[in-house]
Design a protein around this ligand. Structure first.
Ligand code: NAD
Length: 507
């Protein structure tokens, strides 16, 4: 066991003889070190992609990217200065009018070519994601395809944008609405989906005719830089996209630039809320944190609910915004659910957390739940080096535990008992977050009625997977503003302009 607080270590030692068997599996993927030695990824991926060229930072500054599997340094990446960011944004503003005027098919063809190249290179991209994120390779392979799909979907959407025409109710005007790109965009993405969180923004922005400056997460900038290379190969016009790894502070001057028309941010709620106040006149989309309830009602099919836990909880070792955070189970099913989930999740392949800071946070949350009386049912063993946290299954977690209110972002299954179905839904809604939820009931009417009462943007009904490029992704309450993907995703990058026209002639 590593890096865990003393209370937790104590408890683990006490129970290990009873229930902790040897579940450690060595990482089975293309390990970071070996992989890096065999492929020279660093031709482009450690530079800035600034207005169509791969360049060093103007002051030569860099920061290190590490592999959380073993803490080894992968490379030093150029860190954009305020000057670099200004240069990229100037280029985006200059390119904006011409890009907006390109034909929808021109933009669609670029996205489509980029989609094809991602798919051709999907294994290489997956390995790069696993290298910088540490994540299990199957999860990264899934993300290569998921991330590519946003380009395919929005390539088609570029050609389907439309306006509106109607007659005023009085009959004395023609109301015409045309859609136009909102203008230059600043996009900020998190580390947990290094490819898809970028393509989910770039796809609709480019389809709509917006230019973009994108700041990838400092923990995982390499995949986005590889995507820059792919967009370049696809023939993207110079200046339309810049991808700039940088410190958060280097972005500050951009917020007050009146040319900035749109901020699209995916990340934590605290940072998103703060950023929204810094750009009062730009359009804002926020994809923020979650606290997903996984509700098992009294009439649920237990096998279906148990099977769904792997997808809902274990992708990315639980570091997913829609990861099930609270398993709220009707009291009649709780004991069986815990026993079956434990059996089913043992042996799941998962990777480390994104860094030691994340391990510390998850450790604190687990320690707190245990100190408040939760029962430790199962815990894997994980490697000593690297930022690992073991699969941990907790039963009888009290609703006073911090993890009832806070996003865990780790492979921790926390089970809460609900006294009735009514209580289960009330507990599900007892949070400021409202991103995703999961609902299990074998009775269709009951399932739909209950799902509709959940205060979230998305519900998996009798299933653990939700995301699809063709579906609107987003939250309510503290989980965000706006939707990404689906038909709605492109609307976030379009303005509706009214043209009021003369009424039809009387005769
Ligand atoms: P984070 O908020 O720390 O960082 C997100 C991005 O913002 C990164 O690029 C980071 O470098 C940057 N950033 C951080 N502080 C900043 C500041 N003061 N000014 C400008 N930029 C700043 O989040 P994270 O740890 O990278 O990601 C995990 C969080 O993201 C979780 O809360 C997760 O739920 C959320 N998330 C949400 C979605 C969604 O679609 N709703 C998807 C993925 C992740």
């Amino acid at each position: 066991m590593r890096n865990v607080a003393p209370v937790f270590v104590d408890i683990v030692k006490r129970v290990r003889g009873v229930c902790l068997v040897d579940a450690y599996r060595p990482p089975q993927i293309g390990e970071g070190g070996d992989f890096f030695n065999t492929v020279d990824y660093m031709t482009y991926q450690n530079k800035l992609f600034l207005a169509g060229s791969f360049v060093d930072a103007s002051d030569g500054g860099t920061f290190e990217v590490t592999n959380p599997r073993d803490g080894s340094v992968i490379t030093a990446v150029a860190s954009a200065t305020e000057d670099d960011i200004k240069k990229a944004f100037d280029a985006a503003c200059e390119a904006q009018p011409a890009w907006a005027k390109t034909s929808p098919r021109h933009r669609a063809d670029i996205l489509r070519r980029a989609y094809e190249e991602i798919m051709e290179r999907k294994d290489e991209i997956a390995e790069l994601m696993t290298l910088e994120l540490g994540r299990a390779l199957p999860d990264s392979q899934g993300e290569s395809v998921y991330g590519a799909e946003f380009f395919r979907w929005f390539a088609a959407e570029a050609e389907r944008m439309s306006g509106d025409y109607r007659l005023a109710p009085t009959g004395n005007a023609r109301i015409v609405e045309v859609q136009q790109p909102v203008g230059p965009v600043l996009a900020i993405t998190p580390w947990n989906f290094p490819l898809a969180m970028g393509t989910r923004k770039l796809g609709p922005a480019l389809a709509a005719g917006c230019t973009v400056v994108l700041k990838p997460a400092s923990k995982t900038p390499l995949t986005m830089l590889l995507l820059a290379e792919i967009l370049d190969h696809a023939g993207l016009d110079k200046g339309v996209v810049s991808i700039l790894p940088c410190s958060s502070s280097a972005l500050e001057p951009l917020y007050s630039d009146p040319r900035l028309r749109k901020l699209t941010f995916t990340g934590s709620t605290a940072v998103g809320k703060e950023l929204a106040t810094k750009v009062p006149t730009a359009r804002v989309s926020l994809e923020l944190g979650g606290n997903a309830p996984f509700v098992v009602l009294s009439d649920a099919d237990l096998d279906t609910a148990v099977e769904a836990t792997a997808t809902a909880k274990m992708r990315g070792a639980g570091q997913v915004c829609i990861a099930a955070n609270r398993f709220i189970v009707h009291r009649d099913l709780r004991a069986d659910f815990v026993a079956q989930v434990t059996e089913s999740l043992k042996g799941t392949e998962y990777g480390p957390l994104s860094g030691d800071d994340q391990v510390e946070k998850v450790t604190e949350l687990v320690d707190d739940a245990l100190a408040q009386g939760a029962t430790l049912v199962w815990q894997d063993e994980v490697p000593e080096t690297g930022s690992w946290f073991p699969l941990t299954i907790l039963d009888n977690v009290p609703t006073t535990a911090r993890m009832y209110k806070e996003e865990i972002f780790g492979p921790v299954v926390a089970v809460y008992e609900a006294a009735s179905d009514e209580d289960a839904i009330a507990m599900a809604n007892d949070t400021n977050f409202g991103l995703a939820g999961y609902l299990f009931s074998a009775n269709l009417q009951h399932a739909l009625d209950s799902a509709e009462r959940m205060e979230v943007g998305m519900v998996g009904v009798n299933k653990g997977g939700i995301s699809d490029a063709a579906a609107p992704f987003g939250g309510v309450k503290d989980s965000g503003l706006g939707r990404e993907g689906g038909f709605q995703g492109i609307e976030e990058f379009l303005e509706r302009k009214l043209m009021s026209l003369p009424a039809p002639a009387a005769k």
